[in-house]
Design a protein around this ligand. Sequence first.
Ligand SMILES: C[S@@+](CC[C@H](N)C(=O)[O-])C[C@H]1O[C@@H](n2cnc3c(N)ncnc32)[C@H](O)[C@@H]1O
Length: 286
Amino acid sequence: MRTEAAWLGRRLLLWWVAASGFMTMFATCPFCGKPGCVTGAGLYAAVIAPIVTFFSWKARRSHGKNEGSAERTVNDSGKASKRYIKSCRGDFWQEVFQRELDYLVEHLGGCSDVLSVGCGPAIIEGGLAVRGFKVTGLDVSQEALSCAPNQIRTVAARAEDMPFPASSFDAVIYVVSLQFVEDYRQALEKSASVLRPGGRIVVMLLNPESVFFKEKLRDSDSYVRKIRYANIRDIERTMTESFEVRAEYFMGVKQGRLFESRDPDYSVLYVLSGTKLPIGAGKGSR
Ligand SMILES: C[S@@+](CC[C@H](N)C(=O)[O-])C[C@H]1O[C@@H](n2cnc3c(N)ncnc32)[C@H](O)[C@@H]1O
């Protein structure tokens, strides 16, 4: 919020200076009738600057909401990845990763080869590798993958075109990434095909009903604003075409503190875990 106000302040000043300069050169003062009057130009600029600032602010907001192509994600991710990795060092995020890791370990029992799609800097995936899983991390951002720990294999590609032969993995996971890919349906189809028969899938989705999510949306710098799909029910329905799905809310956050929760208002995540169905056996979730 403070960043947004600072941006508005800077833009207002910039447009005021630009408009004053322009009016001094070209306009006639409404009071003294002379061209080149600095006071008159300043008054004109005081009207023009807020109008132009308002329209540039609206353009900036809609740019932030409509995340463009995957290519832009690649280009943007240099700065974004560094900022993200820096923020991950804090106690709060370390605890978030630990809880996510514990959840995954519990739900990936019996799996060995794990593909993490949209792994980013692969912090949790490093934890899985330490616990004996053979992890492949895929992300569209080469920059983010360059920060991944050495124990995991990294592949720079789009989830929608993941370059693996059929039946390559025991499990596919999406840790807060499926809602950010361009075409989640295609990504899920691909995920089903690279899974072995009876393979597991765990999809951790941001819960858009949560207080945490709503607060993050108000922060103009938050990664949450890059989300493309907020409708978690649609994602759940799509998943049931290829997987036997179980859904639950997970991990509460209230005033910066983490706690066990299944409450839709406070759970940061909505987790869909499933098992690959035999081809043509799609059915509803339970
Ligand atoms: C919110 S971040 C989550 C990163 C990581 N899983 C974590 O929890 O720290 C979303 C990630 O999805 C990746 N991503 C976005 N679109 C993608 C696509 N089409 N294919 C693969 N990865 C994609 C982004 O580059 C980013 O690293």
